[in-house]
Write a protein that binds this ligand. Structure first.
Ligand SMILES: Nc1ncnc2c1ncn2[C@@H]1O[C@H](COP(=O)(O)OP(=O)(O)O)[C@@H](O)[C@H]1O
Ligand SMILES: [Mg+2]
Length: 253
């Protein structure tokens, strides 16, 4: 298993945001975590990526315990993520945003980069070429020189994907990649996620858009009030009585 979550819990004061959740993610798959608002999906992602510490339970990535490690160490092991609200650097082009993602992989850091030492020039060229390749993979090479935050939301999402891919992750966590997108942009994001997965990258996503989840996921985990209430293939989940009940309860279909 690439990722294993065992009896994971996180409390905020008296609130049990994630409660004794266990599931795993096999290498190569697209797995989705769904559930009503407040179900604990973002908290779960924060626990996996190390920005929150669990109250109890264990997380193993590539067979190694990662609960308690700081986010940068987890990222270096091969995990990248995107956020529910897009976080691109303003005042930088799409290409520069992607190059920042690569910095965690390059030998020369920010400081030597600013000093423009000769070997870092070579690295910068390599980094630029790699970033351009990623933009091309996500079909936005033509936007490389455009200021990233001036792009349409769907395009910003693609830049964010490219920046995460620049970290050369084995596991990519996507928190609500279709949030705020129209139906055309959502279809494009679905296509891009599948394309990323076909590059051999395992994807774990949290998403509200049920048709996107059902279209692209191999397996789905359903959370409700922090607890896992179901897990299975899209068709198993669509026919699960408990799942139907919480979703009908939520938005009156
Ligand atoms: N930092 C925090 N402090 C206190 N409560 C939080 C915090 N983060 C999330 N929560 C609460 O935990 C629950 C789960 O939230 P969240 O993980 O954001 O759910 P989801 O992403 O599924 O909508 C919610 O009740 C939310 O209010
Ligand atoms: Mg959330």
């Amino acid at each position: 298993m690439l990722l294993e979550i065992k009896n994971l819990s996180r409390r905020f004061g008296g609130l049990q945001a994630v409660s004794d959740a266990s599931f795993s993610v096999r290498q190569g798959m697209i797995k989705a975590v769904i559930g009503p608002n407040g179900a604990g999906k973002t908290t779960l992602f924060n626990l996996i990526s190390g920005t929150l510490l669990p109250s109890s339970g264990a997380i193993h990535f590539k067979g190694q315990p990662i609960h308690g490690l700081p986010p940068y160490r987890i990222a270096r092991l091969g995990m990248a993520r995107t956020y529910q609200n897009i976080k691109l650097y303003p005042g930088m082009t799409a290409l520069e945003n992607v190059m920042v993602g690569r910095h965690c992989r390059s030998r020369a850091g920010f400081i030597s980069g600013m000093l423009s030492l000769p070997w870092t020039k070579k690295e910068e060229n390599a980094s630029r070429a790699a970033a351009l390749e990623l933009l091309a993979l996500l079909d936005i090479a033509d936007l490389a020189e455009v200021e990233a935050t001036s792009l349409a939301f769907g395009q910003q999402r693609a830049v964010e994907f490219a920046r995460a891919l620049a970290m050369e992750p084995e596991l990519l966590l996507l928190d609500e990649p279709a949030a705020g997108l129209n139906i055309y942009e959502t279809a494009e994001v679905a296509r891009l996620i599948t394309k990323i997965n076909e590059q051999g990258i395992t994807v774990l996503l949290v998403e509200h858009d049920m048709s996107l989840v059902m279209d692209i996921s191999h397996e789905i985990v359903v959370l409700s009030f922090g607890e896992k209430i179901a897990e299975g293939t899209p068709s198993e989940i669509q026919h699960n009585k408990e799942v139907i009940r919480i979703y009908l309860g939520e938005d009156d279909a």
